[in-house]
Design a protein around this ligand. Structure first.
Ligand SMILES: Nc1ncnc2c1ncn2[C@@H]1O[C@H](COP(=O)(O)OP(=O)(O)O)[C@@H](O)[C@H]1O
Ligand SMILES: [Mg+2]
Length: 279
């Protein structure tokens, strides 16, 4: 892991993961120092991809004097559907998280086909056949695979109401269709930046994006996770909904500008210090 102190304000603990839309060369864009030790309580952001054991990582950083911006409880609230859903149930498709794959009768007692199935953290890389399930037969087929799937099998299954989203051009065969969706980054309830979620698709825009961002802002306020990502989408009916939340430390940028996000974060982190020094 590399530890760089950016603009004498924030430590970035990084490891390259080899994903262009996640990795970012901080040294190219910001003044970086590599001091031998850090002042106690220096804020720290992790950019090491998916964190295997966040609590352990958090404690390890504390021993170096570094204070990860999200606590383990905040990390769980941002990342796990069963943690964030109760706070956002009126802003996002109706969902039930199960301990194990439910029987078909249990699904039919609460949901109508099609359903959207994912793990409490993620789908298998947006695989459409495994997540958009039109009937009993497909569910039986998916259930068989879910139990053996390297991404899904270790996650608690989440069954969600399927909400048709406004389609956009592009998208990738076999994947969930690209829709009018955006990813937004939040720091202490303020938006740092946002961009198209389907960055591989031709550019798309939406006339009332500010309505969507207001919804994402409401989600960020309710979750009260310091460094958060909220994904929003527009339904075919023209309503904005929250698709999911995540810890911003683990999130790819999609089409949002990483430079703008990090600059905005540094500015906001400097503000309290500047105000305090003015007395
Ligand atoms: N309830 C739903 N109804 C319809 N489409 C959905 C629903 N939930 C997610 N999607 C679509 O599937 C995509 C992937 O789902 P998401 O929950 O973001 O999984 P992941 O965590 O793997 O990114 C979303 O970007 C959205 O386009
Ligand atoms: Mg997603």
């Amino acid at each position: 892991m590399d530890y760089a102190l950016l603009e004498d304000t924030l430590v970035l603990a990084t490891r390259r993961v080899g994903i262009a839309v996640y990795d970012f060369d901080f040294e190219l864009h910001f003044k970086c120092r590599h001091p031998p030790s850090f002042d106690e309580g220096t804020p720290c952001v992790l950019r090491i991809g998916a964190v295997e054991d966040y609590s352990r990582c958090y404690s390890g950083l504390l021993e170096l004097g570094l204070h990860a911006v999200n606590s383990p409880a905040e990390y769980a609230r941002a990342s796990e559907l069963e943690h964030w859903y109760p706070l956002l149930s009126d802003l996002t498709p109706r969902t039930r998280v199960f301990d194990a794959l439910p029987g078909v009768e249990e699904i039919e007692s609460e949901f109508a086909w099609p359903i959207f199935l994912k793990g409490s953290r993620q789908t298998n890389r947006h695989n459409a056949q495994l997540s958009v399930i039109r009937d009993r037969e497909q569910y039986a087929w998916v259930a068989e695979r879910y139990r053996r799937d390297p991404v899904l099998s270790w996650q608690r299954p989440a069954v969600r109401e399927f909400v048709p989203l406004q389609p956009v051009a592009g998208g990738i065969a076999g994947k969930v269709p690209a829709s009018m969706e955006f990813r937004s980054f939040w720091w202490q309830g303020e938006c740092l930046g946002w961009g198209r979620y389907w960055y591989q698709a031709p550019a798309y825009t939406c006339g009332d994006i500010e309505v969507g961002l207001a919804l994402a802002g409401e989600a960020a306020r309710r979750l009260a996770v310091p460094f958060l990502v909220v994904d929003i989408a527009k339904t075919v009916e023209g309503r904005w909904i929250v698709i999911e939340c995540n810890d911003a430390q683990e999130s790819g940028y999609a089409a949002a500008s990483p430079q703008a996000i990090w600059r905005a974060l540094l500015e906001r982190m400097c503000e309290p210090a500047r105000l305090a020094s003015r007395g």
